[in-house]
Design a protein around this ligand. Structure first.
Ligand code: ITT
Length: 211
């Protein structure tokens, strides 16, 4: 096994993300570390202009504090009727709770017709090494529609109002296995997993990945 990759910090304070990341990567021969394994670290300002920039700046900041390889996720919900909002600002859209954000989003869609509720989730996962060199970036997207009202308690964030394409129920209602197989995060994590396995198999070195 490549000695540089024995521990990987899941660099997010969002417990919903942690659950999904563990489900996708938990069986790899790696020790997954959590932010709560360290003394409190102030979260970096998410002032990037893309999901990629934000994912990299989060991974780099936490790797810098811990000296550990880090995986960070930046994600958001883009609603067509709102010209892509809340997008990069999904975590800071109203608030402070998930249900406040859901209510605000639904209130902005009261005038939207049934055919104007198209939306997509986007997720970008960045991996950096212990020196904060970017080794891999993976993006996943999941299209769907925004429901008229929240339904279900599964998942987190906007899941109770997001109906993925091909289904009649929200991610909040569907079995978690569906989200773990089809979501924006599932797709980004599948590519991330392939990258990590190349490392763990010794087929790729940090300098090859970072170049
Ligand atoms: P970290 O930065 O610590 O990872 P965060 O929650 O602030 O946590 P983001 O900045 O990436 O993460 O914000 C993304 C927001 O988009 C998140 O808080 C949710 O409100 C929403 N979101 C992202 N993925 C989602 C998903 O799979 N289901 C529902 N909502 C999601």
């Amino acid at each position: 096994m490549n000695k540089q990759l024995q521990e990987l910090l899941i660099a997010t304070s969002n417990q919903g993300k942690v659950t999904e990341i563990k489900s996708a990567l938990g069986d790899l021969p790696l020790e997954l570390r959590l932010l709560q394994n360290y003394s409190p670290i102030a979260p970096p300002d998410e002032n990037g202009t893309s999901y990629e920039e934000n994912a990299i700046l989060k991974a780099a900041a936490y790797a810098g504090h811990t000296g550990c390889w880090a995986l960070a996720d930046d994600s958001g919900l883009e609603v067509e009727y709102l010209q892509g909002a809340p997008g990069l600002k999904s975590a800071r859209f109203g608030g402070p709770s998930d249900s406040d954000r859901v209510d605000l989003l639904l209130s902005k869609l009261t005038e939207a017709g049934a055919h104007q509720r198209e939306a997509r989730f986007v997720c970008v996962v960045a991996i950096v090494d212990s020196e904060a060199t970017v080794l891999n970036i993976a993006r996943g997207e999941c299209t769907g529609t925004i429901a008229q009202a929240p339904a279900g308690n599964g998942g987190f964030g906007y899941d109770p109002i997001f109906i993925p394409q091909g289904y009649a129920s929200s991610f909040g209602e569907l079995p978690i296995e569906v989200k773990d197989r089809t979501s924006h995060r599932a797709l980004a994590l599948a590519a991330t997993r392939a990258f990590l396995m190349s490392f763990l198999d010794g087929n790729l070195t940090a300098s090859e990945a970072g170049s």
